[in-house]
Write a protein that binds this ligand. Structure first.
Ligand code: ZN
Length: 119
């Protein structure tokens, strides 16, 4: 799973629910693996109104994208001419941006599936 949010700091703070406005602390994260496709996520609910908050999500495509970024990361590390390094850095940054927006996309998808109680 992507470690986008640091769970320890997440747990120690009160969270105000966007849906009902009440405050709560996260007690435990749940995880869900959807049967219909390669999508899984971890999430928590507001204890007051049950609003769903997705912490992270992943599927095969995201894992593949992350592998590529990690490979590019190591290529970057092992490249020395400065102009080549800058070129790689630009590519790397745009790929990281793509990973972030794709992650946001599948988090949203996972939330919709949970709301619709898909299995
Ligand atoms: Zn709530």
């Amino acid at each position: 799973m992507l470690n986008i949010l640091n769970l320890k700091s997440l747990r120690s703070h009160d969270i105000r629910c966007d849906a009902c406005g009440k405050q709560f602390k996260i007690k435990k994260l749940k995880s869900k693996q959807f049967k219909s496709e390669s999508l899984k996520c971890s999430y928590f609910n507001c204890p007051h109104c049950k609003e769903i908050y997705i912490v992270s999500a992943e599927n095969d495509k995201l894992i593949q994208m992350l592998k590529e970024v990690n490979k590019d990361d190591s290529d970057f590390f092992h490249t020395f001419p400065q102009d080549k390094k800058l070129q790689l850095l630009r590519i790397l940054n745009s790929k990281r941006q793509l990973v972030r927006s794709y992650h946001a996309e599948i988090k949203q998808k996972a939330k919709e599936k949970l709301v619709n109680k898909e299995r």
